[in-house]
Design a protein around this ligand. Structure first.
Ligand SMILES: Cc1ncc(COP(=O)(O)O)c(C=O)c1O
Length: 398
């Protein structure tokens, strides 16, 4: 596969717009749409409860999708639970672990988290009288690992993002996972911005729980996410949702839950979504994560150089080895939304605002940023076009 040319051929929208909003959601390649079409048009049925052949086929493809996700994350089949998105996955973790906490227990996270990996812990801490502590870090998003070691000492749970959607910084999840493990703390990873862009290996990370969204890096549809639950928690994690599909036996006044993963998936799941996500992962694997990383790195290098030449301040680590394909910046004197609107007039789609990371914006003393974020189908020519528009914009302000 030629990068990015052959990927662009599979995604018609790449020929129509310059799409630099991949952190919010990615574009969809044809094989993903085709896999979902096939489900809806050829074997549309519910899973698990049917004897007829359409249901058998749907069940087979749904469970095959789970296996594809499991292999992708180096997890076991039973450890993969389908959810709606990362936000739901992380909320479920907080709810399902609630009974394990007692007042005074400590949760450690970072000041760079997306609201979806902050609010569930804040709420849990307030409700149960827990301590919520934050690992120190600088304005580029780099964590102070010796402070991490201090804070993680005695912690009950550590929750961190792999990659920041606001600053693009790649956090040292493996080191943090090791620290958590040594302390016997539960380790939760928000992989919303890393899955599909770089290796996410739950074993290497020592993750106990991990959430991701199918619609971002893995190029799947919206409405499908993953919650990885380590088998060590099969008996202690209390399913926040129960009912259809989660039981082995039911009496009028009692029930016995079935085995994972069904235990954690109440009701009819997003069957077409899971099949689409698996097709996205297969597509990503056909390209190869190393080539995806290399392409995004090339784009980040060029865009940051270009912004430096124009005197446009950008955020996140100057050390580009720690910088994923997400570049936040600001044009002095212009509101981020105005910059995004001007870029849109030039057919370039970027995101502007606080990116659901208000504490990050407050730490930097800004009201928001403009964010250009990449996937493997973005080209260096697109970055050059973007820089040309930015040059004109900066010149017009002088
Ligand atoms: C780091 C991070 N965590 C969590 C989320 C939430 O993902 P979703 O909106 O798919 O639930 C996002 C979304 O942008 C994110 O960037």
């Amino acid at each position: 596969m030629r990068i990015p040319e052959d990927v662009r051929k599979d995604i018609p929208l790449t020929g129509e717009v310059i799409y630099f909003d991949n952190t919010a959601t990615s574009l969809t390649p044809r094989p993903v749409v085709e896999a979902m079409d096939e489900y809806y048009l050829r074997y549309r049925a519910n899973v698990h409860r049917g004897i007829h052949r359409l249901s058998q086929m749907a069940t087979h493809r749904y469970e095959e999708s789970r296996k594809i996700v499991a292999d992708f994350l180096n997890a076991r089949f039973e450890e993969i639970v389908f959810t709606k998105n990362t936000s739901e996955s992380l909320n479920l973790v907080a709810l399902g672990l609630e009974h394990l906490f007692k007042p005074g227990d400590k949760i450690v996270t970072t000041p760079y988290e997306h609201h979806s990996d902050l609010l569930p812990w804040q709420r849990l801490a307030k409700k149960l009288g827990l301590k919520l502590e934050f690992i120190e870090g600088d304005n580029e998003g780099n964590l102070d690992l010796s402070d991490a070691e201090r804070k993680i000492r005695g912690a009950k749970l550590v929750a961190v993002q792999h990659v920041s959607n606001a600053l693009g910084v790649i956090h040292e999840v493996e080191e943090l996972g090791k620290m958590a493990k040594e302390e016997g703390a539960i380790f939760v990873v928000d992989a919303a911005q890393s899955a599909g862009h770089m290796e996410v290996d739950v074993r290497k990370m020592n993750a106990d729980f991990l959430g991701l969204s199918g619609h971002k890096g893995p190029m799947g549809p919206t409405g499908i996410g993953v919650l990885y639950i380590s088998e060590e928690f099969f008996d202690t994690f209390e399913p926040p949702l129960i009912g259809g599909g989660t039981i082995e036996d039911v009496e009028l006044d009692s029930y016995k839950l079935t085995e994972p993963p069904e235990r954690f998936e109440a009701g009819t799941p997003n069957i077409g979504g899971a099949i689409g996500l698996a097709a996205g992962i297969r597509y990503i694997e056909r390209i190869g994560l190393d080539r995806i990383e290399r392409q995004e790195h090339k784009l980040v290098k060029r865009i940051t150089e270009g912004l430096d030449e124009l005197g446009v301040p950008w955020y996140g680590p100057r050390n580009l080895k720690k910088h994923a394909g997400v570049v936040s910046f600001n044009v002095p004197g212009l509101h981020p939304h105005d910059v995004a609107a001007i870029l849109d007039e030039n057919n370039i789609m970027v995101r502007s605002g606080h990116h659901c990371a208000l504490p990050v914006m407050k730490k930097l003393g800004i009201n928001g940023t403009v964010r250009a974020s990449f996937h493997v189908y973005n080209s260096i020519e697109e970055v050059e076009t973007f820089l040309g528009v930015m040059e004109e914009l900066v010149r017009s302000l002088k």
